[in-house]
Design a protein around this ligand. Structure first.
Ligand code: ADE
Length: 366
């Protein structure tokens, strides 16, 4: 959609796209999704890259495609298998939305991704920026994007000194983004501006000396690069405390599934208690084990930390061995062989708890 409102640029608009495309041809990163124009692959990469770094995504992306090479394969998969392949990547609503969106593409569009931004945005998990990226990267159809990297590049290019997330600033940045997209070479331009934000125009210590846009950049000219973009002060992130209990019996561990709705929906985890008071962990773990009908005292094996978008978690990890296989089955829990634990939808914090327990086991046997 091209709006009638325009933004005044202090440089010829085409100069930005030209400089970016020339830089990308020489210095762009060779990333797996850049070899394809398949909208399914591009959509998958864009969803995985939301709030996640390229380095974290690459392995997940390749494994996911080995299991689900087409939108049809994904639509037919079980949610369990999708969550298993996503386990550890975080923001699990992305995986649930991806699965639902694949089913809609198959049911409503006979498996062919729609080309219009409006139709793309109707699919679960596709916002305006992701729709724009799919349009540019898969269909070579100009559309604006405004993810975190692009927002930073544009705020610096135009020396935007108001908070970048304010509604009016955001609206203006969308206009800027729209007007900078060239009519041709849309794919390379879009990859280029995202790469520039990720590798040169970085949040801290931007490499302005090697930036292809420095000749046009107002922040650079005014010595403001390090201060921009302006972010609103974040509220302090609270810390939550939990105890995670690894209960072992005959080479198996006890697991539970989180409710489908809500945080980490559908993912698997070890039995967990929210601690009202971190000092009372032992007592609360004892109560949990009593509820399960488990005999014996759990042993504390250390602590893990994990960061979520809106809180930090500190969890004390406990281990109980030599249980009876009949415990806790009435509580909706189930046993999983130790050898399967790397192939299930265990979420990130509990992968850390498992790794800690394996380290302790190794130390004990050394
Ligand atoms: N971040 C979002 N989309 C990206 C892409 N296609 N390449 C690299 N980083 C990205």
């Amino acid at each position: 959609m091209i709006t009638s409102v325009s933004v005044e640029f202090p440089f010829p608009v085409t100069a930005v796209a030209d400089a970016l495309c020339a830089w990308y041809a020489k210095s762009g990163r060779d990333l797996p999704w850049r070899h394809s124009r398949d909208p399914y692959r591009i959509w998958l990469s864009e969803v995985m890259l939301q709030q996640t770094t390229v380095a974290a995504v690459i392995g997940y992306y390749e494994r996911f495609l080995q299991h689900f090479p087409t939108v049809h394969a994904l639509a037919e998969a079980s949610l369990e298998d999708v969550l298993t392949l996503w386990a550890g990547l975080g923001y699990y609503s992305r995986a649930r939305n991806l699965h639902r969106a694949a089913q809609q593409v198959v049911d409503d569009y006979a498996g062919v991704f729609p080309h219009s931004i409006a139709a793309l945005q109707q699919l679960p998990g596709i916002g305006r920026s992701t729709a724009g990226a799919i349009s540019c990267l898969a269909f070579d159809q100009p559309a604006p994007i405004l993810d975190g990297n692009v927002r930073r590049v544009l705020c610096r290019l135009l020396a935007v000194t108001e908070p970048a997330r304010d509604r009016q600033v955001e609206q203006r940045l969308w206009l800027v983004s729209e007007q900078l997209v060239p009519a041709q070479n849309v794919h390379d331009y879009t990859q280029a501006i995202m790469d520039l934000g990720a590798t040169v125009c970085t949040p801290k210590q931007p490499a302005c000396q090697s930036c292809p846009l420095s000749a046009h950049c107002l922040a650079y000219a005014r010595g403001l690069s390090a201060e921009l973009p302006v972010t609103r002060r974040r509220l302090a992130v609270p810390t939550r405390y939990q105890a995670i209990v690894l209960i072992n019996c005959k080479g198996q561990k006890l697991l539970q599934r989180r409710p489908i709705e809500g945080l980490l929906g559908g993912m698997l985890e070890f039995p967990t208690v929210d601690l009202l008071d971190a000092a009372a962990a032992e007592e609360q773990v004892g109560e949990l084990l009593a509820r399960y009908g488990a005999a014996g005292d759990a042993e504390s094996i250390g602590m893990i930390r994990h960061t979520y978008s809106h809180f930090r978690l500190e969890a004390q990890v406990y281990r109980l061995t030599g249980c009876d296989l009949r415990i806790a089955v009435d509580c909706g829990l189930f046993w999983q062989p130790e050898t399967e634990l790397d192939r299930i939808a265990l979420h990130g914090a509990h992968k850390k708890a498992l790794a800690l327990s394996r380290t302790r086991e190794g130390q004990r046997n050394a």
